[in-house]
Design a protein around this ligand. Sequence first.
Ligand SMILES: [Fe+2]
Length: 232
Amino acid sequence: MYSSSLLSLESSLGRRTFLRRFGRIAALAGAGSAFYSVPGAFAEELVRTPKQTEGPFYPDHLPLDTDNDLLVINDALTPAVGEITYVSGRILSPAGEPIRNALVEIWQCDQNGAYLHSKTGNGDKRDPNFQGFGRFITGSRGEYLFRTIKPVPYPGRAPHIHYKVKRHGKELLTTQCYIKGFAGNEKDGIWKNIKDEKARAAVTVAFLPLKGSRIGELAAKFDVVLGVTPEA
Ligand SMILES: [Fe+2]
């Protein structure tokens, strides 16, 4: 069963693309109104997503699989260790228009704090089943979706997921998103460095139980508002 919002995503992407992108994860999603249920979003003034450091761990080698399901590498039978989370949202212009054909990249450390990077900490404990990096190209409504793990803290950092948005090969924004209510956010230097309260709130999102999930999956919604409208 798909949620109505996943169905609308399906119609906007076209059935074949949808199945290719979502084949496994849509089947597992078990529906949930958490996706794209943003009534009244446009009634509010959009807060631009603050730019944040790329950090030292953008993958220096790509995983064998770079799709939007970071829990499973290709057709591996063993999934990554961690709390399963569906992270979704939209890529928007400063005026709130959806940005289609934006390439959304995310990367994050695994459950043991190891990145897909040769200089990562805890490299010897890296979860070989965690993809660590994923890509998604937005559809006509600017939507993206990843299945990944709930980010965990590692020395010096509160939990976060790194984001990079590109379009036609041009980098538009590099940022990070955080877990709303995580007590250690206040001690994170990069989080604290976002001085504007609204901008900080815009990158600090709720990780909530996915409705209808019997296995305790989570959903998080993170909309990215670009600083400039990319050229068509
Ligand atoms: Fe990081």
